[in-house]
Ligand binder design. Structure first.
Ligand SMILES: Cc1cc2nc3c(=O)[nH]c(=O)nc-3n(C[C@H](O)[C@H](O)[C@H](O)COP(=O)(O)OP(=O)(O)OC[C@H]3O[C@@H](n4cnc5c(N)ncnc54)[C@H](O)[C@@H]3O)c2cc1C
Length: 402
């Protein structure tokens, strides 16, 4: 029986272990640094685990060569991944935008069925064991950790990325693969909060809106999106922000975000609305002019942004001020100071160079019998279940290939 070792008991490593053990021809050892497998999985999707997305397109994936992911994502499409989970006993529901969650609404259900899937006579689990080094020894691999070592014929590196460090994100996978001759692209935190000058977001801290957001550097539009946006102490978060965070992180200094609170209205229509409110309630304070449309603290922030006294009566708002308020509501500018670090990022953009792996097997082109899968590779997905979909698809492909 060939010995297969998988380093990393996260999403991709567990999927790879189940697939590698399937034929019964191999003995599989899954090595996990933390006390238990799948710790990060429990925190995904705010504890609900958005495990895949049925509206997947290759455009949802990023990296130096996103096309690398195409084969794995077609072979292990979201539908087939859900069949894999259904066989393990997981029931799921599909929500808006094709996002799939466990029916129980609890990430633990996803982890539980994976753990059941790992209960096979030809799978051994070594938890609480952080691999420190891997050496190629003839045709086999010598794997060492504090107080122990073992050899194997085939090795899958599924150590994830360095995002979510509190949940176990580390540099180990990159370092192990580098030590075996592989190269890595630059790493950036992605799906994370964007930090901005604090005054404006702080005044709306805790307010959640549905908005359009444009990220720009100087006059150049970098990216745009639409969705939930949450104001925080030092910036903004929420799905639309998460999706822009990769671009903003890569663009460096000098970026800004323009927030559109009225995505489905032209500025002229917003102006018309404001004039109508002014006429209807001339003695109401200016901060209430947006009352029927926006959160009260957003209205207040917009008044301050254009430099008017929020307590002055609407009757005193000149056409030029109404125009400025409408402009601000269509493009409230926040100066970006950076993005939150890897600690709070959901995913790592960048990783091991995919050109050095075979997309049809996930095997290294440099070291035979070495495989990699999941976030450690230079593939990252949008918010919405795409990162776990990549972890399952690449893990199942790697495990099936050995
Ligand atoms: C808070 C949060 C929420 C998220 N929510 C979602 C979501 O809802 N949907 C979605 O699609 N994606 C989500 N993601 C992203 C998703 O969790 C990851 O992309 C995915 O888990 C990557 O899978 P992986 O197997 O490559 O890595 P991981 O799941 O990170 O697993 C890697 C494993 O390797 C272990 N390891 C590392 N080094 C060693 C070593 N030297 N020896 C032994 N073991 C080692 C780690 O402890 C870890 O358990 C979220 C991420 C975070 C942080």
């Amino acid at each position: 029986m060939a010995e297969v070792v998988i380093i990393g008991g996260g999403a991709s490593g567990m999927a790879a272990a189940i697939a590698a053990a399937e034929s019964g021809e191999h003995h599989v050892t899954l090595i996990e640094r933390q006390a238990r497998v799948g710790r990060k999985l429990l925190s995904t999707g705010n504890g609900r685990c958005n495990l895949t997305n049925l509206e997947l397109k290759i455009e949802n994936f990023h990296g130096e060569n996103p096309a690398f992911a195409q084969y794995a994502l077609s072979l292990w499409s979201p539908e087939r991944v859900l069949e894999f989970f259904a066989e393990l006993g997981l029931m799921t529901v599909t929500e808006y935008g094709g996002r799939v969650y466990p029916l129980s609404n609890q990430a633990t259900s996803v982890l539980d069925v994976l753990r059941f899937g790992l209960e096979k006579p030809n799978i051994s689990l070594l938890a609480g064991t952080g691999v420190e080094s891997v050496r190629k020894k003839g045709k086999s691999f010598h794997i060492s950790w504090e107080g122990g070592s073992m050899e194997c014929d085939k090795l899958i590196v599924a150590c994830g990325g360095c995002a979510g460090s509190k949940l176990g994100g580390v540099m180990d996978g990159y370092n192990i693969l580098k030590s075996l001759g592989h190269s890595r692209t630059s790493l950036y935190p992605s799906l994370t909060q964007i930090r901005t000058k604090p005054e404006i977001p702080r005044s709306m801290k805790g307010v959640k809106v549905q908005a359009g957001v444009k990220a720009a550097k100087g006059k150049k539009l970098l990216a745009e999106g639409s969705g939930d946006l949450l104001f925080a102490d030092n910036g903004v978060s929420g799905t639309v922000v998460f999706e822009l965070s990769r671009t903003v992180a890569k663009a460096g200094e000098g970026c800004a975000l323009d927030i559109d609170f009225f995505e489905n209205m032209e500025k002229a229509a917003v102006k018309k609305y404001l004039f109508a409110r002014k006429t209807a309630r001339p003695m109401a304070p200016a901060r209430e002019i947006f009352s029927g449309a926006l959160h009260s603290r957003v209205g207040l922030a917009l008044c301050k942004y254009v430099g008017i006294n929020p307590e002055s009566p609407c009757a005193e708002l000149s056409p030029a001020i109404i125009d400025a308020l409408a402009s601000a509501a269509k493009a409230l500018r926040l100066e970006v100071t950076g993005v939150s670090g890897f600690e709070s990022a959901q995913v790592t953009a960048g990783g091991m160079a995919t050109a050095e792996f075979n997309p049809k097997t996930m095997e290294s082109k440099i070291v035979p019998s070495l495989y990699a899968c999941g976030e450690v590779l230079d593939i990252d997905g949008d918010c919405g279940g795409y990162n776990l979909q990549w972890a399952w698809a690449s893990g199942l492909l790697a495990g099936g290939s050995v």
